[in-house]
Design a protein around this ligand. Structure first.
Ligand SMILES: NC(=O)C1=CN([C@@H]2O[C@H](COP(=O)(O)OP(=O)(O)OC[C@H]3O[C@@H](n4cnc5c(N)ncnc54)[C@H](O)[C@@H]3O)[C@@H](O)[C@H]2O)C=CC1
Ligand SMILES: O=C([O-])CC(=O)C(=O)O
Length: 329
């Protein structure tokens, strides 16, 4: 039996938390031979609800689940963490942009970044889900002195999965037939789902789908606005699909990427593709056989794509400038 790994999850009593914890505890994320410890972090008022969730975890009698800690104390919550899934934060309501949450949520990620730096394991990896996730990840990264920048990620996988499903519906194929789908930029309504490099059963999506007006118009706006459409329909923001995307992200970061493919996650830019260094921006990523990741280089960026990527990166710069006081110089 392997040594247990420790996963810290904030917002564990929330909607996404409820859809996430049980899949991690069951072994469907880190593997059927990998025991896990869960350190579940909530704000004080949500601790009673969190205790109910812990009772349910107990009642599953998961063979791989070892220690479960429920706490509002960040030092205790991130102690020895190998992975930190930062979900805890307020979701937006109908009519809001995700960036409207910066003032409410941004501050959460200063203390969490500091606590991660102080308490987590040396190999910590941090996935930020709470919105606006790119800039919250930027805040966490910049407050986590000593933790390398390549350990911080923000989630754009839900957007990738949404884009794959939309292309698959249009082409009359299954979503798993769609590969090489990159979301560029911010997890926001400026994000760019790049159909120009996507493939459907190995062929360019632009050859398989002849309706290029749809690709350039309705496809992009459907993906950009999908979160808002779910809030309108459900009266609450995506939770099960978001938890599923968080799981897909972690799995993609721990398993080698299929040859020639890539996946989407926002990482700390090294300046690739002209994206300002230091921003947390989504781009094409692959995981190598040694478990490290790299930005896939040489993905063609035409004039149409360039304009879209630049618009989303400009928004990331605006968000960063708006939270200057949360980022130590
Ligand atoms: N990146 C993405 O693709 C997506 C991101 N989201 C975002 O995920 C976040 C969580 O969504 P839901 O689970 O639906 O919301 P929710 O309101 O159901 O749960 C959030 C939980 O976070 C907790 N929380 C608040 N502040 C906290 C703090 N400082 N420390 C620890 N926990 C704290 C709350 O008590 C609550 O239990 C929202 O910001 C939402 O916008 C949602 C869907 C997709
Ligand atoms: O739209 C929202 O506020 C929640 C979210 O991030 C998504 O569903 O992509």
């Amino acid at each position: 039996m392997k040594e247990p790994i420790t996963i810290s999850i904030t917002g564990a009593a929330g909607h996404i938390g409820y859809a996430l914890l049980f899949r991690i505890a069951s072994g469907s994320v880190f593997g059927a031979d990998q025991p896990v410890n869960l350190r579940l972090i909530e704000i004080e008022p949500a601790l009673p609800a969190l205790h109910g969730v812990v009772m349910e975890l107990d009642d599953c009698a998961f063979p791989l689940l070892r220690e479960v800690v429920a706490t509002a104390d960040l030092d205790e919550g991130f102690a020895g963490a190998n992975w930190a899934l930062l979900v805890g934060s307020v979701p937006r309501k109908a009519g809001m942009e995700r960036s409207d949450l910066l003032g409410i949520n941004g501050r959460i990620f200063t203390g969490q970044g500091q606590a991660i730096a102080k308490n987590a394991a040396k190999n910590i990896r941090v996935l930020v889900v709470g919105n606006p996730c790119n800039t919250n990840a930027l805040i966490a990264k910049n407050n986590a002195a000593g933790v390398p920048s390549d350990r911080f990620f923000a989630m754009t996988r839900l957007d990738e999965n949404r884009a794959k499903s939309q292309l698959a519906f249009k082409a009359g194929v299954h979503a798993s037939d769609v590969t090489n789908l990159c979301i560029w930029g911010n997890h926001s309504s400026t994000q760019y789902p790049d159909f120009t490099n996507a493939k459907i059963n190995g062929k360019p999506a632009t050859d398989v789908i002849s309706d290029h007006d749809w690709l350039k118009g309705e496809f992009i706006s459907t993906v950009q606005q999908r979160g808002a459409a779910i809030i309108k329909a459900r009266g609450a923001s995506s939770a099960a699909s978001a938890a599923n995307a968080a799981i897909d992200t972690v799995k993609s970061l721990i398993q080698p990427t299929a040859d020639g493919d890539w996946f989407s996650v926002a990482v700390c830019s090294d300046g690739s593709y002209g994206i300002e260094k230091g921003l947390i921006a989504s781009m094409p990523i692959r995981t190598k056989s040694d478990g490290s990741w790299e930005v896939v280089q040489g993905v063609p960026v035409d004039d149409f794509s360039r304009e879209k990527i630049d618009a989303s990166v400009a928004e990331l710069i605006e968000e960063r400038d708006a939270v200057k006081d949360l980022i130590p110089s």
